[in-house]
Write a new protein. Structure first.
Length: 559
């Protein structure tokens, strides 16, 4: 074959010890012993159970038998070929006995496949094995898919840990919070309602810098949104707070509202613990972070309850930014943010006046100083340079929040970072001097608009939802306790016992989503016993919420 001939299609080439493949004037296997390299590679591998294996550029599939023979339990194999000619070629050489077990994917197809199997909890790690030199045609293009697989798998199990710890609490909080909706304002009634500049305050250090520099009368011209942890600090300096955002699910959040002064509206995640009795909010509006893909959450979101759905972001500051973007009348309205630092200085974790700072002041002794130095040396913390070139402390969690901010909000128009300290957020910065000058030119104070009326009409639909859940849970309890005896004649004619139980549980995944193995619904006896124990918790919550619904039907949202 002439050296200057380019092979446009891969073709078999006989060697002394088997077949190789030549493509684009390159041998994809050794000319002398085509199988030696891959078999040697596989022989050296130490593969753990539950591994997702990506076979890169399989071509003639040499080494596949050896790989499969040494696989531990619960491993899944997928082949990735980025060259269309090679993809068509290797399909013809996949051994017949493996054609139902192994699929050959393009890049996009592989991502969808990974996402599908990961949701079933089938894999815990990823491994790429290069089966031929075919990867050399686009060597840099294969690595990202291995990284992507590892990231998807890691994110799934990270989310599982969160659900195991908080899944039940989230669901129970939702059931309790639903009873407050009739006296709340539907979120869509508030969207695009703010026509003045908006300032969003987090609880980071940069909030203090802004409060020390800005003229109070300038803030009076703005719509002020505070995260729950920043409320006390703002009100202690007599800053009018128009709205507060809260997402925390645990009772610790109640301390952030102690001694608070009245403010207009509380934007609360349904997953958050009810702050109704510990705030001075005149009104409430609810949103829901879809913390997991469950039929339970989908049903609530699709119900006509006036709840705004947000993707879970993990940080109240990120939710506050999203709410501010939804509230402004149009993209010409500027939004200024401060206190969303996602980092802190040595000894300083929050701005002055917030609960964390107050607690340090109260507990101050010679052995327990006001400065919180411990936070700088906690596991996972690291030193980085902030946007001003100053060395600050951050953590993996804070870095991830900053990255979410950049990915989600960097293209938002007229969104300005007015924070002096903190990580770079990928948006246009605004100095405190420029902010003061801009607001000084604004004429007049914030125009107060009449908030929409609360929606008593939601009472009946929420009451019906509670009644239906209670009926279904009681029936499920009987089915799990007495078996087929609890089935009606009509049910017996349509379903088996397991089918009926499965049908009820499918829409009530809040009963098991927080189990360590709750990513898959099972009718195994041990799984059902755990579900049976959960039913009483949720029946208690639903009955309590029904009583609250009746009590607050005509009660304004106030303490």
């Amino acid at each position: 074959m002439p050296e200057n001939t380019i092979n446009e299609k891969p073709s078999l080439v006989q060697t002394s010890q088997g077949f190789s493949v030549i493509y684009k004037n390159r041998y994809l296997y050794s000319k002398y012993n085509p199988t030696r390299t891959i078999i040697s590679t596989i022989d050296k591998l130490d593969i753990l159970p539950n591994t997702f294996i990506i076979i890169a550029s399989p071509v003639l599939w040499y080494g596949l038998d050896e790989l499969i023979s040494k696989l531990p339990d619960n491993c899944i194999i997928a082949a990735l070929e980025l060259d269309e000619n090679l993809k068509d070629f290797c399909k013809d050489y996949l051994p017949e006995k493996y054609k139902e077990k192994i699929q050959i994917f393009s890049a996009v197809e592989l991502v969808h496949f990974i996402e599908k199997i990961v949701q079933k909890g089938l894999v815990k790690r990823a491994l790429r094995i290069d089966f031929s030199a075919g990867i050399q045609f686009s060597a840099d293009s294969y690595a990202p898919y291995t990284d992507l697989a590892e990231n998807i798998i890691a994110q799934f199990w990270k989310n599982r840990i969160t659900l195991v710890r908080f899944g039940r609490l989230f669901a129970r909080n939702i059931f309790k919070s639903l009873s407050s909706i009739p006296n709340s304002i539907a979120f869509d009634k508030l969207e695009k309602s703010i026509s003045c500049p908006i300032v969003v305050f987090g609880a980071g250090e940069s909030t203090q810098y802004l409060l020390d520099s800005i003229q109070k009368e300038n803030l009076e011209k703005c719509y002020v949104i505070a995260v729950d942890a920043a409320l006390q600090a703002l009100q202690k300096q007599d800053i009018r707070v128009d709205a507060v955002v809260t997402v925390e699910a645990q009772t610790a959040i109640n301390a952030y509202f102690i001694g608070s002064k009245p403010f207009d509206i509380l934007f609360a995640d349904l997953c958050s613990i009810s702050a109704k009795k510990t705030t001075k909010a005149k009104h409430a509006s609810y949103f829901l972070s879809e913390y997991a893909e469950t039929n339970f959450l989908k049903k609530i979101i699709n119900s006509n309850f006036g709840i705004k759905k947000y993707e879970p972001m993990g940080s109240v500051g990120l939710d506050a930014i999203q709410i501010a973007l939804d509230l402004r009348k149009d993209e010409s309205i500027p939004i200024f943010i401060t206190g969303l630092d996602f980092s802190y200085s040595l000894g300083k974790t929050h701005t002055k006046g917030v609960n964390a700072h107050i607690v340090r002041l109260i507990n101050n002794t010679r052995l327990s100083p006001i400065e919180n130095y411990d936070a700088a040396f906690a596991s996972g913390c690291q030193k980085v340079l902030d946007k001003s070139g100053k060395t600050v402390i951050t953590s993996k969690a804070l870095l991830s929040y900053a990255q979410i901010f950049i990915n989600k909000f960097r293209d938002a128009k007229n969104l300005f970072d007015a924070g002096v300290t903190g990580l770079n957020l990928g948006i246009q910065r605004c100095s405190l001097l420029d902010l003061n000058n801009f607001l000084s030119k604004k004429v007049g104070s914030l125009e107060k608009k009449q908030l929409p009326q609360t929606s008593i009409s939601k009472f009946d639909s929420i009451s019906q939802y509670y009644d239906n859940e209670e009926i279904q849970l009681l029936h499920l309890k009987e089915l799990l306790s007495t078996g087929e005896k609890a089935m009606s004649e009509n049910e017996k004619s349509k379903y088996t016992l397991n089918e009926l139980i499965f049908g009820i549980l499918k829409d009530r995944d809040y009963l098991y989503i927080h189990f360590p193995d709750g990513y898959n619904l099972s009718t195994d006896i041990s799984f059902l016993k755990r579900i049976r124990a959960e039913i009483d918790f949720f029946l208690k919550d639903i009955r309590y919420a029904k009583k609250q619904l009746l009590l607050i039907k005509n009660t304004p949202f106030s303490s």
